[in-house]
Design a protein around this ligand. Structure first.
Ligand code: B12
Length: 318
């Protein structure tokens, strides 16, 4: 009811003679922030306003229903980049398909206090305020509550994904994404530290392929390795194969752990891993993970998930 009133009150004559509403009224009617509407227009060319002689944007009333439909698709887990550029007819097919399958594109988060989906809203608001103490305190509280595996798999991974989705939706900018990623990666280093100090198990090198700068997955794998008592020689992002091999030999490691992000093209990922495997001594195992890691490379073990690696680590330490 309140929404209808807002729209009605703000309707003015459009430049072409039809009725139109301001960006503020459109935002209030749809719940989509003004900044997001502007970002969508810049990135995806939609929604398209007319312009008043003053230069202010004026939207047709039909835009309210259209944007509500778009919001529903985003809430069901679709990304703005997939939804905004489409025609109304294509979006209608997307809605029908989603309703028929009962599926959502977002990962199911079942780590709320009572096993319900986790609500990221407060922490995402803290990201937009650049409130590092609030974000770090929240992450530490979740670490204590969930324990390593659940924290990494069901919280840290989806948190980074959500940040990526919010960037692609235009809800946040690159500066927010960098800031959020930095807070999380700092916490991942911090929680690993006490385990590193006590670790007495085999040494492993942890690295990303040359050119890959996505270290979230590698840091997560590093935490699990340290928790299981492995001594992690962390080389991090963008490491040339020759340096990984050098570290593996000098530190006399049992394994090299490589995370490959989805940003690495498949052929380059396979080439990089094959070259690394070929240059390492046979006694050194190669453990792969990450959404871009190649399947079935001879002499390498590819883990589908952190949980799968953790199960193998637990067994090997026993
Ligand atoms: C943060 C981020 C960045 C940061 C990274 C900073 C940092 N310190 O890590 C910065 C700003 C550097 C960045 C840069 C770029 N990025 Co970026 N980035 C992201 C973002 C938002 C999060 C990445 C992340 O950490 N994901 C979470 C990880 C943890 O997920 P995961 O890799 O699937 O890992 C999970 C499992 O696979 C497993 N796992 C991972 N590793 C391992 C290892 C082992 C051993 C095991 C067992 C398990 C395991 O654990 C994880 C948790 O479940 C994603 C969005 C997204 N949806 O992922 C984009 C994303 C990956 N980036 C993307 C792109 C395109 C880029 C750039 C090319 C952008 C540009 N034009 O410059 C550059 C490339 C830089 C480079 N040379 O690598 C694209 C990739 C597109 C694609 N091909 O699919 C994405 C998907 C964004 C998008 N929607 O377009 N990015």
């Amino acid at each position: 009811m309140a929404t209808k009133r807002v729209v009605k009150k703000s309707v003015v004559a459009g430049a072409a003679g039809g009725a139109g509403i301001s960006i503020g009224a459109l935002s209030r009617a749809t719940g989509i922030p003004v900044q997001t509407l502007r970002t969508w227009e810049r990135r995806y060319g939609a929604p398209v306003p007319e312009r008043k002689p003053s230069g202010h944007r004026l939207y047709s009333l039909a835009e309210v229903e259209r944007l509500r439909g778009i919001s529903a698709l985003l809430a069901a887990g679709h990304r703005a980049a997939d939804v905004l550029p489409r025609s109304d007819a294509e979006r209608s097919v997307m809605r029908d398909t989603a309703a028929g399958s009962g599926e959502t594109a977002s990962p199911a988060l079942r780590v709320g206090p009572a096993g319900e989906p986790l609500d990221f809203t407060p922490v995402l608001q803290a990201v937009r305020r650049f409130d590092r103490p609030a974000i770090v305190a929240w992450l530490h509280a979740q670490w204590s509550r969930l324990g390593p595996l659940l924290f990494l798999q069901d919280l840290a991974g989806p948190f980074l994904q959500r940040i990526g989705e919010q960037w692609s939706d235009g809800t946040i900018e690159i500066r927010h994404e960098h800031f959020a990623t930095a807070c999380l990666t700092d916490v991942l280093r911090e929680v690993r530290e006490p385990f590193d100090r006590q670790a007495k198990g085999p040494r492993v090198v942890a690295a990303l392929l040359s050119g890959d700068r996505h270290e979230g997955g590698l840091l997560m794998a590093g935490v699990l390795l340290a928790v299981r008592g492995f001594r992690v020689v962390y080389l991090g992002v963008d490491t040339p194969a020759a340096e990984v091999v050098g570290a593996a030999k000098e530190a006399n490691v049992a394994a090299v752990v490589v995370s490959v992000s989805r940003s690495v093209p498949a052929a380059a990922a396979r080439r990089g891993v094959v070259a690394l495997r070929g240059a390492l001594p046979k006694r050194v195992a190669v453990w792969l993970g990450g959404s871009g890691s190649p399947e079935k490379v001879a002499g390498c073990t590819r883990f589908q998930s952190l949980a799968e690696m953790d199960a193998v680590l637990a067994a090997s330490r026993r």
